[in-house]
Design a protein around this ligand. Structure first.
Ligand SMILES: Nc1nc2c(ncn2[C@@H]2O[C@H](COP(=O)(O)OP(=O)(O)OP(=O)(O)O)[C@@H](O)[C@H]2O)c(=O)[nH]1
Ligand SMILES: [Mg+2]
Length: 630
């Protein structure tokens, strides 16, 4: 069944509550204080049932002191019933309410010119002409206008037909991919527990939904749902509803609390917005100004940060405390003093980063978010994020659920991992930059077989993209990765060395070969950068073996043949699991303590010897060549 929530607005005392009573039979002024003062203070709720559906009427207070309640009521409405007294005509609060309704995007309305019984018939034409003339200057110039009276019943039937018609024309104008219930009342129902009420936005709620109460962040479940006094198993967006909740106390529900589906996201204090000012108030929107922002059932103070350097209409709202809102929601902006409506803010990025000014990439994101095109949003966020964007952030700005986003985006976008997305364009340019960086390192250090990984830690690309590129290049057989080193597979330093360098290489190898276990530091070998690089090359080619003397914190380098010979000598000296001490091994190999300790540790590590406290034995099954990596 089609439903529509219409907010009943107009100047104080113009007859809104009486008209709702005449239309529905419900007295919406239920508070004793409202009765005593003859004035509506909070929103009242009633509804009209027609063959084609139901209209929920939110009877807003007309007094300017209660404008926050009016905005809260209008925030969830799809249409407006504008009430004007035929006796008094359009007044100050009529105009203010019309401005707010227009700012909130309410385009469908019916105008009820009431108290017709109190206006002498000779005055009617002139009064009506004045009302129509004023309305012609507002967005509601074309709305159907019905002259009526709550007292005499005149025009009430015609008004019903106009409302039924409004029901047909109305559609939801505030949407979110999640269920979102701004709580406008909460109370304890004896024997039942906590009940919250509100007008549902976003998606339908069912009895089985698991919800979160924000900003508290508490998971809650539903005991029962009600709408218009009847128990329901689900409620549609746009409908008034009450939910009886488990595991929550009414004291936990602060003003601005929202009941939303899991996955909706966290409360926020920084929201990037698109500003629209009331024409006569343009000068009032100032950088760093504190404003009151009214959205849903929330009323919060925020500092306005106008973004310079681009479209002047984008800004950041920095709230003084966490708020709960979604992309596309509209906040009415009011001066703190005098309290006047100065414009609206359309929320574009509810989880905005604190930016000092609107730098270009950020403005591009906001422009894309304003247009609501998921591909443009993804592209702009990826550019802002140095080649990556969180899928969840794209979904939030695109007003989509994560699953829907991934099926909506074009094939130009690629998942890098569970969290991040990038675009083909960014992936290609990152890949090119990474390959260039490694190639540059190889060109500069041709004798080094690999480059430290930090050479591809390019600042212009985010880490998740660089890791993705690295893995892809490894999978494609283009890149070698070992610990914190990388190298192009095609890079072969041995093939690149000159004849002169090859001669030095041979000299170094021969020197280590001749040194055997005696002088591994090769003090007599000339030490320069080239010798060091060629020595490293021999280590990488597994012709030389570096051993670490932990006690001396020194690397000792031996020729591989020396190590093989030493293993064989030990094996011959201590055959068949015969144990030996370090000192006995040193004597058997005719070497020093400085060398025997790292050498035996190397054999232990490779399973060639087995250590038991102070003694060892040779493991005969292990051949030397298999185990020390030669
Ligand atoms: N003669 C006459 N009086 C009316 C009519 N409708 C309302 N009134 C009177 O106008 C006064 C205000 O009526 P309400 O219905 O409370 O007005 P309201 O617009 O709801 O007022 P707020 O909610 O406080 O802004 C009351 O004294 C009503 O009796 C009508 O159709 N004819
Ligand atoms: Mg009233």
């Amino acid at each position: 069944m089609k439903t529509c929530c219409a907010v009943v607005i107009g100047h104080v005392d113009h007859g809104k509550t009486s008209l709702v009573g005449a239309l529905t039979g419900t007295d919406t002024d239920r508070l004793p204080e409202e009765k005593a003062r003859g004035l509506s203070i909070t929103n009242g709720f009633a509804y009209c049932t027609y063959d084609s559906g139901i209209i929920d009427l939110v009877d807003a207070p007309g007094h300017k002191d209660f404008i926050q309640a009016m905005i809260s009521g209008a925030s969830a409405a799809q249409a407006a019933l504008i009430v004007i007294s035929l006796v008094d005509g359009v007044c100050e609060q009529t105009l203010e309410h019309l401005r707010i309704a227009a700012l909130l995007g309410i385009s469908q309305a019916v105008i009820a010119v009431t108290k017709a019984d109190a206006c002498p018939s000779y005055d009617r034409p002139e009064q009506l002409a004045k009302i129509k003339a004023t309305l012609s200057q507002t967005p509601y110039a074309e709305a159907p206008l019905i002259v009526c009276s709550a007292q005499s019943g005149e025009g009430i039937e015609v008004l019903h037909r106009a409302l039924e018609n409004l029901l047909q024309r109305s559609c939801l104008n505030v949407s979110s991919p999640y269920s979102f219930l701004p709580i406008d009342r909460s109370f304890n129902l004896t024997g039942k527990g906590t009940v919250v009420t509100g007008t549902l936005l976003g998606q339908a709620i069912t009895n089985d939904d698991r919800l979160v109460l924000q900003p508290l962040g508490r998971e809650v479940s539903i005991r029962s749902l009600q709408s218009r006094g009847s128990t329901r198993d689900h409620v549609q967006p746009g409908e008034r509803m009450a939910a009886n909740l488990r595991r929550i106390n009414p004291n936990d529900i602060s003003r601005g609390s929202v009941l939303c589906t899991q996955g909706f996201g966290a409360p926020t204090q920084n929201v990037d917005v698109h500003l629209v000012s009331v024409p006569e108030q343009t000068q009032r929107l100032k950088h760093m100004q504190d404003v009151r922002v009214l959205f849903g059932a929330s009323s919060a103070v925020a500092q306005l940060r106008l973004f310079k350097g681009g479209n002047q209409d984008f800004a950041q709202l920095r709230f003084s405390k966490p708020v709960v809102c979604f992309t596309g929601q509209v906040g009415i902006l009011r001066c703190l003093s005098p309290s006047e409506t100065i414009g609206k803010a359309v929320f574009l990025d509810p989880q905005a980063i604190q930016t000092g000014s609107g730098y270009r990439e950020r403005l591009n994101v906001l422009e894309a978010a304003q247009k609501g095109d998921p591909n443009a949003i993804a592209d702009a966020l990826i550019k802002q994020g140095n080649g990556v964007a969180k899928a969840q952030n794209i979904a939030k700005l695109a007003r989509l659920r994560l699953d829907d986003l991934l099926t909506t985006l074009s094939s130009n976008f690629q998942n890098l991992n569970d969290d991040y997305l990038s675009s083909q364009e960014q992936i290609e340019s990152a890949k090119e930059a990474v390959l260039q960086a490694i190639a540059h390192y190889h060109d500069t250090h041709p004798l080094r077989s690999s480059a430290p990984r930090k050479v591809i830690d390019l600042r212009s690309f985010a880490q998740p993209l660089l890791y993705y590129i690295e893995d892809q290049l490894v999978a494609d057989g283009i890149l070698l990765k070992q610990a914190n080193k990388v190298a192009l597979v095609a890079h072969n330093p041995i093939r690149l060395i000159s004849d002169a360098q090859r001669r030095v290489l041979d000299e170094i190898e021969t020197a280590y070969q001749c040194a055997a276990l005696n002088d591994p530091t090769l003090e007599n070998t000339e030490k320069n950068e080239e010798t060091a690089e060629l020595t490293q090359l021999l280590i990488e080619a597994k012709r030389l073996m570096p051993l670490h003397n932990v006690a001396l914190n020194k690397i000792l380098i031996f020729h591989i043949d020396t190590i093989t010979d030493a293993a064989e000598t030990l094996s011959a000296a201590f055959p068949e699991h015969q144990t030996f001490t370090t000192s006995q091994a040193r004597v058997a190999l005719g070497t020093s303590r400085k060398i025997i300790v790292p050498l035996l540790e190397h054999f232990d590590a490779h399973g060639m010897t087995v250590r038991d406290k102070d003694t060892r034995y040779v493991e005969p099954m292990k051949t030397v060549s298999q185990n020390h990596g030669a």
